[in-house]
Design a protein around this ligand. Structure first.
Ligand code: MOS
Length: 696
């Protein structure tokens, strides 16, 4: 093996933004230096459904330091009210508890918050429904599921295959509402400048995609895209919740428009995030598996019921992975939605694959038990030669190698399959496995610009986002390789709509999409200007479409291994050990790749045993709306955790050969935990999170 140059792809370069971050000099959305800012605090509905008869803002407006109070009766009109989530303060309807119905703008955040409490509201309430019930007669089939998958699929004759199956299981799994809690709450600063010929608006935002924010927000305010600049160089986590603008962004821009020239700052409180920035929808998933005695799958159904909001539809693609995961000739998948009086669900790390593979990979473990087959062997036995959904060849499916490599490293050989058979003092000990998959896509419409400077460095511009994932570092390495220079000679700029168009950091497509644009631009730059360019020459290039995306089934794969310990008297659950083995194409930067993978796995443990947003259906709001009551795995909960990956390059994925890794780490993780808990205790819990009371 040849050694890798210190800054090239494959080298574990430390984060280029790390110094700025740990010294507090990397500006996050709320921290950008602006002159004479004002502070906004939302007024939120305290009923789940109804009409606002009147709002009295008098006391709030008289509080010293209050500059403006916006209500549903007097806010500036939006030019486009087609998006039910972003249409705020435009009418008197309340669609969910916590909906923004007003905003106070004041000289300090404290005054704004105090004044928001002084706004009195008179509601005409109506009965509301917030509880997901799988027998709800109003369930309906959406036209498609996120972002554009068929809602239902059927292949073969499922009923006949199930009827004739030697082994058959039918199980129902439930996953709860979960909320994204990035360290940096959603925040923005809106500046509406009318000093020139036409309005010029700047939004400093904490977002996964500046251009996506501009595309969504500009029409609301009747602005041409060029009139709205979105800036977001550093983001303290998003996990999907910052993949699109939410109502708070609209509030800030509305307020800035009311008070031109004064920057309006808005940082959501942790509590406000539980009603304003999306969440993982709860699901009820019914799975049926039919198999031959040797475990060969003959039939699969995966039927999903989940929540959407009445005010705007979001349909999680929960059963989609079941369509391509295993070689099963007779398959049926479906999604049904309950439209409730709740905020709009949205992306949370591996939306679809995360809850769906929890259920599917738990069911595979149950089938392994029913057939008396090792759960790793069961999966290998059902490996499909080509994608069952499309018939296309895999660009690279090395799940078997992930499973076998993990089994070796984790120490699976000789495992006694009997549940509740191992004990260490008062702790019941078990191990579990689950498979993972995630699609490897790229978004269209990405461009990059490269300019050679008089200082001998190359400025590389793309409107990408670094949400804590390592984009600053990885894109610099990609640019350095593509230009065949050292990374010190690359000056990367991201997170600004003034830079070339870029897609969101979402769906694990970021590096693939932006990197493809950078490589295309670098090739064209070298072609046009050679290796000894004149200062000031530059090239802007759009990433070409990937011709292989049509020819191959592009997916990443992985195997999750978990050891669980459950206290036999208290039911306390511990996860002392977890190993993930992944096939994700090339490791652009092994240091940041490992962080992404173990981050996903950590979030997977968290979802398995801790996270649940509890909605009080009497009132319609989430009661666990802070980090004291919404439990997230802490450092002490995560012990020996490791991720490794196969040494490979996926030449079909993109010019970098990397398939993206932001989300696959969470996929299958909760199933592996649940399977290990079952192995430890003999108790099969089919509802997340798995808590002490459930395993006793
Ligand atoms: Mo990810 S949930 O697609 O930002």
């Amino acid at each position: 093996m040849t050694s890798i140059p210190a800054t090239s792809m494959g080298a574990p370069l430390t984060r280029l933004d790390g110094y700025a971050k740990v010294t507090g000099t990397a500006p996050y959305a709320f921290e950008h230096a602006v002159d004479d800012p004002l502070y906004l605090h939302p007024v939120q509905a305290t009923v789940a459904r109804g009409t606002i008869r009147a709002m009295d803002a008098g006391r709030a407006a008289r509080l010293p330091g209050v500059i403006a109070v916006l209500t549903v009766f007097d806010a500036p009109a939006l030019a486009d009210i087609s998006d039910g989530e972003l249409t705020v303060l435009q009418d008197d309807r309340v669609h969910f508890r916590g909906q923004p119905i007003g905003a106070v703008v004041a000289e300090s955040a404290e005054i704004a918050r105090e004044a928001a409490d002084l706004v009195s509201v008179d509601y005409r309430t109506e009965p509301h429904h917030t509880e997901l019930r799988p027998d709800d007669p109003a369930l309906y089939a959406p036209e498609q599921v996120n972002p554009s998958f068929p809602t239902d699929t059927e292949e073969g004759d499922v009923a006949e295959a199930l009827a004739g199956a030697a082994v058959r299981i039918e199980r129902t799994y439930r996953t709860p509402t979960e909320h994204n809690n990035p360290m940096e709450p959603h925040a923005c600063i809106a500046v509406w400048d009318e000093s020139g010929d036409r309005a010029q608006v700047t939004l400093y935002d904490s977002t996964q995609g500046v251009h996506a924010v501009r595309t969504a927000l500009a029409p609301l305010f009747g602005l041409d895209p060029g009139q709205l600049r979105v800036i977001s160089p550093h983001v303290g986590g998003g996990f999907g919740s910052k993949g699109a603008p939410h109502a708070h962004n609209v509030l800030a821009v509305l307020a800035a428009r009311r008070i031109p020239g004064r920057p309006v700052k808005l940082a959501l409180t942790r509590q406000q995030m539980f009603s304003l920035v999306g969440y993982r929808t709860p699901t009820v998933q019914r799975i049926e598996l039919g198999a031959d005695p040797d475990g060969t799958l003959t039939a699969l159904t995966h039927e999903v019921v989940e929540t959407t909001a009445r005010v705007k539809e979001f349909a999680e693609q929960t059963a989609v992975a079941s369509r391509m995961m295993y070689a099963v000739p007779n398959r049926r998948t479906s999604h049904r939605l309950a439209a409730l009086d709740v905020p709009v669900p949205f992306w949370m790390r591996a939306p679809g694959e995360c809850p769906g593979m929890y259920a599917a990979e738990s069911a595979m473990d149950e089938l392994a038990s029913a057939c008396g087959i090792d759960p790793i062997e069961l999966r290998i036995r059902n490996e499909p030669a080509t994608d069952p959904e499309t018939g296309k060849p895999w660009s690279g499916r090395r799940l078997t190698e992930c499973l076998r490599t993990g089994a070796d490293r984790f120490g699976w050989a000789g495992r006694d399959p009997a549940p509740r058979a191992r004990r260490d003092g008062d702790w019941l000990v078990g191990t579990g496995v689950a498979a993972a998959t995630y699609p490897a896509g790229a978004m269209p419409g990405n461009s990059a610009r490269i300019e050679f400077g008089a200082d001998g460095r190359y400025t590389v511009d793309v409107g990408a986002a670094d949400i804590g994932t390592g984009t600053w570092t990885a894109l610099t390495q990609i640019a350095a390789d593509a230009l065949d220079i050292d990374a010190e000679r690359v000056r990367l700029r991201i997170g600004d709509t003034d830079l070339p168009e870029a897609s969101v950091a979402g769906g694990s497509t970021g590096i693939s999409s932006w990197g493809s644009a950078i490589v295309a631009a670098a090739r064209e730059f070298r072609h046009d200007h050679g290796r000894d360019p004149a200062a000031g020459v530059h090239t802007t290039t759009q990433a070409p479409e990937n011709p292989d995306a049509e020819k191959f089934a592009l997916h990443s794969f992985g195997a999750q291994f978990v050891e669980a310990r459950v206290h036999r008297f208290t039911g306390e659950i511990r996860i002392p050990r977890m190993l993930g083995v992944f096939s994700v194409g090339r490791a652009v930067n092994p240091r940041t790749l490992r962080s992404q993978l173990i981050g996903g796995m950590t979030m997977g443990i968290s979802g398995a045993v801790h996270e649940e947003s509890v909605r009080d259906h009497r009132f319609g709001h989430i009661v666990t709306q802070d980090l004291a009551s919404y439990h997230i795995s802490a450092h002490a909960d995560i012990q020996d955790i490791d991720a490794i990956w196969l040494d490979e390059v996926d030449e079909h994925a993109n010019p970098m050969g990397a398939r993206g890794a932001g989300e696959i780490g969470i996929v299958g993780a909760a199933a592996a935990v649940g399977n290990a808990i079952h192995h430890a205790t003999g108790v099969r819990v089919r509802t997340l999170p798995i808590t002490a009371d459930a395993v006793l």
